[in-house]
Design a protein around this ligand. Structure first.
Ligand code: AMP
Ligand code: ZN
Length: 472
């Protein structure tokens, strides 16, 4: 499989360190607000990557942190504490906010068919481990104390800007934004590992440490949680592109300084979802959520389909028109699959199955080209093979795409039936009641309702295509 690696800036053959096994780490959400659909674009694409790795037979262990402490509004250690901000906004404790938005995040993920990682670890459950790793960094001379805080000394590294796209210029952004520079830092790029002297007097969560009571910086959590769960080597690390600098750059700095060797081989970054007015951000307070999509009548899987139509390494513009287009295309796709479910008889055409499976693997194996994967779905529908072959392929592809294709097609087929638009309202109402009765397995009531419909001059019956109502 070919995968673009942000570290080498090229597509590479993906080779896990241990044959047949993959260790994968994902930066999880900062749980001070709902995830917006931009965040969820990253998680959808990472989910596809994980599912495709499994599809190829690899045994994946995936770990995600939950950021419930330490993340300031600027990734470069300045600004307000995000969790504290959320707690103040809602007059709740930080832990209440964390619990509420962690649950909300996984509820959104479930609606989008995003699999929960094998291990999900809140940062606040690993404070001892952070302190231990920071102590080692101090002992090794990679960290220093200044003004009560502990900083990572980036000048001790041969190369700090590992992703190349970023340079010292990027660091000036904070200054341009009018953010106060931290005078304790020896070098501009240094970052906080542990805060004791905080400007947040009302910081709720604080822990004892060798350097005084305080709390961890944001970056240390991902290094520690990854190493604790997955060991000292990591195959793939994922996140949205904004995580590359400074977050992932700092993760690499501290992990490799601690370990004394290279840490993670492949870096997978998802480009942003933007609106016409720019980047979507939680801190602006106005953003699009899965619940909002649902309120507007969209199935969350239409959003997943929308994301799969483009490549994860291209930024994607969200507009309601674009989503509507995706909705229409998705519904047409389901409508094309629906009739296949009526008759699944026949053998699998092995040659055709293998040919189309190869095309799907060529698409997904080429740096997770989901749009091409969807094109192969249409090739399946166009192919001359029978329903059994087509449905078997679609079911397999959907293990990666996660669009509930067969289930939705079956539902569509079951509800299709014949055209009922000209029937009297009374008949339709009785038919609805009968449908509910059948769903509740109340067949006596269903029969009674069928008789009432008959008394009005109509026959109602179940067919393979769904319920049909005809004039007697
Ligand atoms: P956060 O909850 O802010 O820590 O972000 C969670 C994930 O969403 C991270 O991997 C971010 O890089 C990613 N992310 C943030 N904004 C966007 C966006 N507009 N589009 C895609 N991914 C994003
Ligand atoms: Zn992280």
């Amino acid at each position: 499989m070919q995968l673009y690696n942000s570290l080498s800036h090229k597509k590479e053959e993906f080779i896990p360190r241990e044959t047949g096994k993959v260790s994968m780490y994902t930066c999880g959400p900062t749980v001070y607000h709902y995830a917006h659909i931009g965040n969820l674009r990253s998680y959808i694409m990472e989910d596809i990557l994980e599912k495709y790795l499994r599809f190829t037979g690899l045994d994946v262990k995936r770990v995600m942190n939950i950021t419930d402490v330490g993340h300031l509004t600027s990734d470069g250690d300045t600004g307000d504490d995000k969790m504290l901000k959320g707690a103040k906004r809602e007059h709740k404790t930080v832990m209440e906010i964390a619990k509420f938005y962690t649950d909300a995040f996984f509820a959104d993920c479930a609606k989008l068919n995003i699999k929960t990682p094998d291990a999900v670890v809140p940062a606040t459950t690993c404070i001892d481990e952070f302190i231990r790793v920071i102590s080692v960094l101090m002992e090794k001379g990679y960290a220093y104390e200044a003004g009560g805080n502990i900083y990572f000394d980036t000048s001790k590294l041969e190369k700090y800007y590992v992703f190349n796209d970023f340079n010292e210029e990027d660091l000036a952004v904070g200054v341009r934004d009018g953010v106060e520079e931290d005078g304790n830092k020896r070098n501009k790029a240094d970052f906080v590992l542990w805060f004791t002297k905080s400007k947040f007097d009302d910081q709720e969560l604080k822990w004892e440490s060798p350097w005084g009571i305080g709390y961890p910086g944001w970056h240390i959590e991902c290094s520690c949680i990854s190493m604790q769960q997955l060991g000292e080597y990591l195959d793939i690390h994922c996140g949205g592109i904004d995580n590359a600098f400074p977050h992932h750059t700092n993760e690499i700095a501290q992990s490799e300084a601690y370990l004394g060797h290279e840490w993670c081989n492949y870096w997978f970054h998802v480009l942003h979802l933007n609106t016409n007015s720019g980047k979507m951000s939680k801190s602006s307070g106005e953003f699009l959520t899965v619940s909002l999509l649902e309120e507007k009548g969209y199935d969350p899987l239409v959003y997943r389909f929308f994301c799969l139509q483009s490549h994860y390494r291209k930024s994607l513009v969200f507009t309601w028109d674009n989503l509507d287009n995706a909705k229409v295309t998705f519904e047409k796709l389901i409508a094309k699959i629906a009739p296949l479910t009526a008759d699944r008889s026949g053998d699998i055409d092995k040659a055709e199955y293998d040919r189309l499976m190869q095309s799907f693997n060529d698409a997904l194996g080429n740096d997770i080209n989901t749009a091409m994967g969807i094109t192969v779905l249409y090739d399946v529908l166009k192919s001359g093979s029978g329903n059994a072959t087509k449905l078997a392929l679609i079911a397999e592809f959907d293990k990666v795409l996660g669009l509930d294709l067969i289930k939705k097609a079956e539902e569509k087929a079951a509800s299709a039936g014949n055209d009922t638009s000209d029937l009297p309202a009374e008949v339709l109402e009785l038919a609805e009641q009968r449908k509910a009765a059948r769903k509740d397995k109340n067949f006596a009531l269903a029969d009674e309702l069928r008789d009432k419909i008959a008394a009005l001059g109509y026959e109602i019956k179940e067919t393979r295509q769904g319920t049909e109502i005809n004039k007697l």
